[in-house]
Structures are given as C-alpha cells and as structure tokens.
Design a protein around this ligand. Sequence first.
Ligand SMILES: Cc1ncc(COP(=O)(O)O)c(C=O)c1O
Length: 386
Amino acid sequence: MIDLDANATTQLLPEVLDAMLPWLREGYANPSGAYAAAKTARKAIEQARGQVAELIGAELEEIVFTGGGTESVNTALRSLDALAGPGAAYVSAIEHSAVLRCVENLPRQTQLSTVNAGGRLDIDAFSSRLEDAAFISIMMANNETGIIQPLREATEIAHARGLPVHSDAIQAVGKIPVNVREIQIDLLSISAHKFHGPKGMGALYIRRGLKFKPLLWGGDQESGRRSGTENTAGIVGMGAAAVCAMRHLAHPPQTPMSAMRDAFETGILAELSGVTVNGDRTHRLPNTSHLSFDGCDAAGLLILLDESSIACSAGSACMTGKQRPSHVQLAMGIPEQRAKSSLRISFSQLNSMEDALNAVQSVKKAVEKLRTVQGPGVGPVVVYSP
Ligand SMILES: Cc1ncc(COP(=O)(O)O)c(C=O)c1O
C-alpha cells in the first residue's frame, strides 16, 4: 500500500517503537509508586515531558500528557468555559469536530469566525466580533486543506481584549516549526499519532500562570491537571516521536515532504484537465494537497485508488450515509459539487518520491475511468476523513 493519508494518522517510527517496548514489558510499574522500578518509570516520563516541551518551545511544567488530541482539545475548552466570564466560545468555522462538537456542548453560545476563499481566517471579520466573545479557539493548520492559519495575529488581537486563546495544533506539530512563545498562545493541543508517535497519546500545553480547571479528576497525576495512571509506554513514545520530529525539522531529508507533494501536484496538473488545487498555496503544510476533480465523485475515486493500493481521503469530511460536503470547503465558498469531488493527499516522512509519482499515474487512471463512466454529474460522498 502507498499510504498518502498522513493527516489521518502516521506509522510509528522504528525508534519510537523501540523506545516504547521496554515500558510495555518489564517497565510496567506504576510511576506513582515509591520503589525503584516506579521511580525509573517516573524518570522516563519526565524525560519525555522535556522532549515534548522542547518540540514546541515550552517549559517542562507547561506540558500535561493526555489520552490523545481530542482529550487535549476538550480539556482546554472545558477549562476555558469553566473559568471565563460571560460571552460566546469564539472559534473558526473550519475547526475539527473535536473543537466544534465540544463547544456546541458547552452551556454557552458558539460564535463562528469566517475564512476567506483561500481557507484562512478572515482577520478583519474575526476582529470585528470580539466584543461578544469569552474565549477563542483557532486551529494552527487545517486537517483537510493543510492551510496554515494567521494564529499569531489572531492571538495578538484577542489578547489586546484580554481574551484567552487555545489552538488545536494537532496537524501542525511535527510538520512545521511550532513555538508557543512566538505565537503567545495560552493553551495548545498536540496529538502523537500525527507525527509518528502512538495513538491515544496527546499533550496539552498550559501557559505558566494560566488559570486551569482539569477535565479528569482522580489521583492527581500530572500535578493534578490530568488524573489517571500514566501511560508510560505511550508517553515515552510521544517523547521519542518529538525527538525524531525535531531532528527532521532541523535536518530536512534530501527529498522533503514538500518536494513529494509539489511533484504530485505538478504531475496531476500536467496530466489532467479540470483539476483545482484548493486553498492558499503559500500558507500550507508542506505535506498536504487538496484537489478537486471535475466530473468525479470522491467516493468513487477512493474505491478506484484503493484498488491501486493507494490510501488517501476524500477532501470532504462527510459522515457515512449523511452525504454532506465538508464544512471546511463550504466555509471557503467551494461549491457543493466541487466539494464532493475533492481528495486529500497527505504525505509523511516515510513516503518517497516514487510514491508521489506512482500516485500521479493511479489518480490519473482513476479520474479518467470515472469521467468516462460517471459523466458530468457528481454522486454522493460517503467517506469520512478524520
Ligand atoms: C485538527 C485535528 N484536531 C483534532 C484531532 C483529533 O485528534 P486525536 O485523533 O488524537 O483524538 C485531529 C485528528 O484527526 C485533527 O486532525
């Protein structure tokens, strides 16, 4: 299989798995124990905390380990909700469902901030509605389009009004340099499996001095900020993945992900007509391509690509059976029909240029086949892309 679905998840790097295995075998002691084996596990956790902190330019004590990105996001937003004054939860219209569904379920209004046709937050519109807001959540990069958001600008504007800001940086961390001090963010969510770490492992950055209310109560692990016996292997794996990500960012390989992505797009645009590259092409994750194919439906393309052993996602985040085009594409003003014809191709550092060039041929074949059988009409999209 050629895996071009890195924004959905990534494979564990061998060194990450190697780092984890001892903690699943003999290193199983509860890190809260008072004996030597427990203290060894505690030490490994604190080392991993330092590694994750370094990845995002944070201090050790500003990192809380969680059970994944969704938990980090929910913890951050519920804490903001509990501690903020009256007003709306103000989030961008293109947030991941982890943010949107969480704020919908808070006992306060949700206010959505619009994006432009390039898929970036409209800063003027954002600024003009701050008076009704109690707190802000803006993602760093979008999971469907890969478009990087003007987070620093948004944070500055929000802070000028005394509003705290959370960022879902789950798609950005590991792919581009992220520094919490530079963006002056208050809370930031990370997920290990998006950068070759284990699934079900996340972290939440909580700026030193920020008032915080835990989501999970119990044994007061993580300095009382996230109760529950620590997942030592997962935490160590996340730390190891952070080290690999820092190395990758500091010393990009000869063929970086951006070269594969660009070769893929150039190939597709040369081989096929009726293709649109969606979103801002300058503010984009280096690994993501979001394309629409006239006269095709994404569900059909996915089936044909699966037959060619290519794994990727429909560009539309549609729930099975509901046949809704993605809220992200609709927010960008992409017409419904085009939205339903989109694919998201996302590379990881484990891909090669050969994968990109093979994908061009497979996508070309699939699009041409579908166009001959499907004609100009676009059928329903029934595939969910996380
Ligand atoms: C932008 C974004 N936020 C949140 C999540 C949820 O993260 P996790 O799968 O670790 O719960 C994802 C995962 O798809 C994502 O892409």
